[in-house]
Design a protein around this ligand. Sequence first.
Ligand SMILES: C[S@@+](CC[C@H](N)C(=O)[O-])C[C@H]1O[C@@H](n2cnc3c(N)ncnc32)[C@H](O)[C@@H]1O
Length: 287
Amino acid sequence: MEPEVLSSILRGGTILPGDKRMTAAPRDPSWDPDQYDRFEAERDRAALDLLVRLPPDLEPRTVHDLGCGTGRHAALLKRRWPGAEVRGLDRDPAMLDACRSRPEGVIWEQGDVADWSPDRPVDLIFANASLHWAPDHAALFPRLARRLSRGGVLAVQMPIQAGTRHHQVVAEVAADGPWAGRLARLARVPRPLLTAEAYHDLLSPTCGEVDLWSTTYLHEIHGPDPVLEWLKGAGLRPHLAALADDPRLTRDFLSRLGAALSDAFPARAGGAALLPFPRLFLVARRG
Ligand SMILES: C[S@@+](CC[C@H](N)C(=O)[O-])C[C@H]1O[C@@H](n2cnc3c(N)ncnc32)[C@H](O)[C@@H]1O
């Protein structure tokens, strides 16, 4: 995306229909920046929908992108506010390597959101598609809110897995095959996502304004085994980590899962699959 386009969006510029612009964790899974960015336009869309909801009068001096991944949004935020100190935090070395090739002057840091402790109040905490990998949201979210300066903003987007068809298919295949023993542990990991009402009540004592909404995207995704390839970029990282030392088992698991996902998400007219993907958003401002 061109910097001028982003600046216009962040300043409240109009997004036209059909515009491409609109577009507790198990053991740490490692990330593959190339696989994650295969569906860059679709994954970016939620981040941009979050960015446009930032208060138009926000002029941050300090910005932290928590779980910054390949650094795209931290870089965009730095271009939008070049005078701000913008930091991107991630715990994955491969993701941070991808960040470091960016020219924008963001400060990249390796670390865990759970231990994140900025040395001064922060004007904007941005976390797109990352906090659902961190446990204990009942403690984490109030802690993040307390890190905000007065008037500071916490902006978060997280996928909602519960009840989705793709999540159900993954769980069924994971429980039925020679890999089941290794993957059973993943089914027992508590899902950190709380209800929208719970986030409201956790943030309200610190933040006077809490704007919450959810959207189900219907991503039209292309290529062979598109839903499997999508999930390999993020949601399947723990499964792939659990099977990593057995390439044959990994291959068999992916082959069975690919077939089950193709049945569940058959190619539509034109050949693409439609993947319904619900996401929860919140923008909270400290009073
Ligand atoms: C799905 S990616 C999203 C990346 C980026 N925010 C984006 O929207 O493109 C999730 C990222 O969160 C990072 N992550 C997950 N848990 C984390 C934690 N506890 N502390 C720091 N980073 C974490 C992962 O390493 C990964 O890069």
